[in-house]
Write a protein that binds this ligand. Sequence first.
Ligand code: CU
Length: 608
Amino acid sequence: MRNFAIALAAATLVLGAGAGAVSAGEYEITVDRVGIDTGDFTRTGVGFNGASPGPVLRFREGEDVTIRVTNNLTESTSIHWHGLILPYQQDGVPGISYPGIPAGETFTYRFPIVQSGTYWFHSHTGFQEPDGAYGAIVIEPKEPEPYAWDREYVVQLADAHPHSGNRIMRNLKMMPDYYNRKQRTLFDFLGDAEDKGFGAALSDRKAWGDMRMMPTDIEDLQGFTPLINGKGPAQNWTGLFSPGERVRLRFINSSAMTYFDIRIPGLEMTVVQADGNEVQPVVVDEFRIAVAETFDVIVEPKDDRAYTIFAESMGRTAYGRGTLAPREGMASEVPALRQAPLLTMADMGMAHGEHGGMDGDMAHAAMGHEPPKPEAVDHSKMDHSAMGHDAPKPEAMDQSKMDHAAMGHDAPKPEAMDDSEMDHAAMGHGESEPLRGPDPFYAPGSGLKPEAADGGRFLSYADLKARAPLYPHRPATREIELELTGNMERYTWSINGVKYADAEPIRLQYGERVRFKFVNTTMMTHPMHLHGMWSILDNGSGEWNPIKHVISVAPGTTVYMETEVDAPGQWAFHCHLSYHADAGMFRKVIVEGGPPEEAADLAERERG
Ligand SMILES: [Cu+2]
């Protein structure tokens, strides 16, 4: 096992002086059984070129790459190039792009590199990615970037778990709170009763109980060890610098399930790219990175001392830790985990923010709408526009709560967010810290809204503005509403109440611009990832809306993104939490039309 750790360290340290490194355009990758040593536990997993994480692939914008992937496993595999714009047959999703790579076989990917920035690659087969099959991609741009740095490091995060992905999914299906170690206790309840009064505490408790959810359900997979470039906190991945240098850190969250809040005590971070695309620089003290997102930041450590890279999981159950230091072997203080946040009724879309929120009884009545009720899942078979209106079926209703139910009727459609749409259109245009309003990407009154540990600035989606628009700004040609749905009791996750296996593909027309409306009626945060085309996050910046490949949607919120439909073929569109995607929060997208030869190829593929 030790040898694996060393090989892995060597693999991830092939960066540093790497800016300008030669890319031959031809790559060989093997998919292998590998040993993983996190410092807390060792296990076998899946890796690339004999290690997990796999190599850092360095491409150059404008080159054509050929990548031969040989499967040394005894099962099928695949590699998906996350965030890369490429022909759909090269996208690497079994059952959508191609059949996958059978055991013992080699598949050759060929595609042009038409973009630059920080991305990553991972298996799209089963739970190979949570089991360790991921690596980083750095693409050097044709034109120099508009900022300078002296050295750079990939900082790739993961949430290694002692259990295999298959075992985790079996356990979650059997007992959805199997990995939730933060369940509330009678002691917590008595604390609530003291704070809010016994009645309020009781009805609040009853509401959560009726949803089969708990206010601590922020991380439905706990017990993992966060890794930075394959190293656990005790193994302390270290990047070297000379005081006064500008260091570019390419953060990639390759976790299966875990969001991280990242800070480097003593250093400000200038965010220059999000998901591989240039943003107008924002100086922050801390930022949250959703599963599958990337953020590039530049730091300038001036002192001859070590700085801790601290990546605290959003549910505060674990942290990743690395170090920037002038010399090998140095370390700095490791902060304590902050107190775990608690979800509020607002995170369920139950509260109306400033309008005073709902008391426990009202919230309880409104619960009748919620997907967690088994019969609500059947809504999926109905027209989506009818959803949320027919839910209070008699059997699901406590008749005495009828009035409340009527009042709460539209609560799960958080129009509170429509207010914030207006708010954030007006905000985030560069005003100084004290003037910033509430973060529009969290429900008003949310327990999840992050704050910087040391009182500084926490990056919001509202802060992200493209440096230059990638597309001419134009109104969307149509809107598609996608409700993010789930049933925590049975560990099913879905879109519009329908899981992938039962869903029709989403059909888009080549050349249109589609506006997607995500309505999150679950109490979990979902990082939504559309393959093959850019996701333009509507954060109120109009033509400067940031261009991303993952859009994180917090509980109780409505978030919009737009897509220029410019890539014919079949694409995956899913929540990037591995166990949510597998449980059904996943769609196939078919882009019809486009250049004639592509259309013909697609037609043939659809005929099977
Ligand atoms: Cu999800």
